[in-house]
Design a protein around this ligand. Structure first.
Ligand code: CAA
Length: 392
């Protein structure tokens, strides 16, 4: 049977970050609560000249060839922080990237699960149409209120994946197990830029959905824990993955210690960027293939995707080719070039946004070196610009 999965992958986050130790001091919290208890080091602060569309375009531009753009028949945009309540971010993305117009472009919303829904739809589509390619992105800005418990779990960025037959990176297996239920653990009302959350309840539901889908997966496939080289998690904050591992394994067991070692590689990038919502699980995958030197071709990787509200899905894939540096170097380079903000600067940027009416507005884009930027709004239209001379 034909193998289908992720052939290319890219990541983008903005050029500002906040050090969580500075945030802890400003909020009168012991820094170890954020560093160890939450498991974060740095948090991306999204430049006002970036939104879900520009971040997705910036994540895609460096790996798409002209041939890919012709072969793409579907663009699936997973986001819970989209730019319009009607028009999909995928259509803006198609235009910015110059993708073949004979394609289907649409957006998927189910909290942090959207990109996984997109990936599964893409794999099914390519299984039926093996000559076609599908672009799947997860792009979001994670925002809570200033001085709320959720503040430490903010972040943002985009992961973009090209799904094809005979993929270069990982083949996704057909079986997956899923569960959904109407639950109020985290949501964002239509009037609000910030998410509302019942934090501890959301952790509990996340773990319940993980255990349910994971055990069902083992039952359906006959696989055992030692068949997995690594388990990956949706990471709203990186401690969540540790909670996931502990929920199925004894901390003293060899299996826990083995999987924890791989998870340390898989949480490296996430600890330095924060929550990406839809992109988080796939940033963790990137972190694994970039930083884990123990992986080899054929290794089985388990993925747990969670979207509050709530949807969980467990699936797996087999690693095809390993080239750590190819993924590690560009991301380390991007992260190392970011500018550190003070808490006061972060709080100021947090407030900057397009006016909440249809008026014209122009952002100062001088501090944003990304290839694609949002320059403002004119005549009710969002204005995106490609700065071709200012490569990432
Ligand atoms: N040193 C080390 N650890 C410390 C510490 C210290 N000085 N002080 C506290 N800690 C530990 C605590 O023991 C706790 O550890 P455990 O979770 O292992 O028990 C951890 O730090 C966090 O402490 P609290 O539980 O007291 O933290 P909190 O009440 O301030 O809130 C939170 C934590 C609920 C995660 C909050 O940040 C939040 O609401 N975040 C947003 C919601 C969220 O991310 N939910 C995740 C599941 S939902 C989802 O996944 C979808 C999504 O993307 C949002």
């Amino acid at each position: 049977m034909i193998e289908v999965g992720i052939d290319k992958i890219g990541f983008y986050t903005s050029n500002y970050y906040l050090d969580v130790v500075d945030l802890a001091k400003a909020r009168n919290v012991d820094p170890n609560k954020y560093l160890i208890g939450i498991g974060q080091k740095k948090q991306a602060v999204i430049n006002p000249t970036q939104d879900a569309v520009t971040m997705a375009a910036n994540a895609s531009i460096n790996f798409l060839t002209e041939q890919d753009k012709q072969d793409i028949k579907m663009i699936i945009f997973g986001t819970e922080t989209g730019v319009d309540n009607s028009k999909s971010a995928a259509v803006y993305l198609q235009n910015l990237l110059g993708i073949n117009k004979s394609s289907k472009a649409f957006e998927i919303k189910q909290a942090c699960y959207g990109a996984t829904a997109g990936l599964q739809i893409a794999c099914d589509y390519v299984r039926l149409h093996p000559d076609d390619k599908v672009l799947v992105v997860g792009s979001d800005i994670a925002r809570y209120g200033i001085k709320t418990p959720g503040e430490i779990t903010q972040g943002g960025g985009a992961v973009s994946m090209l799904v094809t037959a005979n993929p270069e990176i990982i083949a996704i297996n057909e079986t997956s197990t899923f569960y959904s239920e109407d639950i109020m653990d985290f949501w964002r009302p239509i009037y609000s830029r910030n998410a509302l959350v019942d934090g501890h309840y959301s952790n509990e539901i996340y773990l319940q959905f993980f255990q349910k889908t994971y055990h069902e997966y083992l039952q359906q496939t006959g696989k055992k824990i030692d068949d997995f080289a690594a388990l990956l998690f949706h990471l709203p904050f990186t401690k969540m993955g540790i909670k996931g591992l502990k929920s199925i394994l004894d901390e003293d067991s060899d299996e826990y210690k083995r999987l924890l070692e791989h998870f340390e590689n898989a949480r490296n990038f996430n600890a330095n960027v924060g929550n990406l919502y839809t992109g988080s699980l796939y940033l963790s995958f990137l972190s694994l293939i970039a930083n884990d030197h123990g992986l080899k071709t054929g290794d089985l990787i388990g993925f747990f995707s969670y979207g509050s509200g709530a949807q969980g899905e467990f699936f797996s894939g087999n690693i095809k080719n390993i080239d750590n540096d190819k993924y590690r170097l560009p991301i380390e380079n991007m992260l190392s070039k970011r500018k550190k903000l003070s808490v006061a600067e972060y709080e100021k940027i947090y407030e900057i946004t397009l006016p909440n009416d249809n008026s014209d507005f122009e952002f100062d884009i001088s501090d944003d070196k990304a290839r694609f930027v949002l320059t403002g709004r004119k005549n009710g239209h969002l204005v995106y610009e490609e700065q071709s001379d200012r490569m990432l």
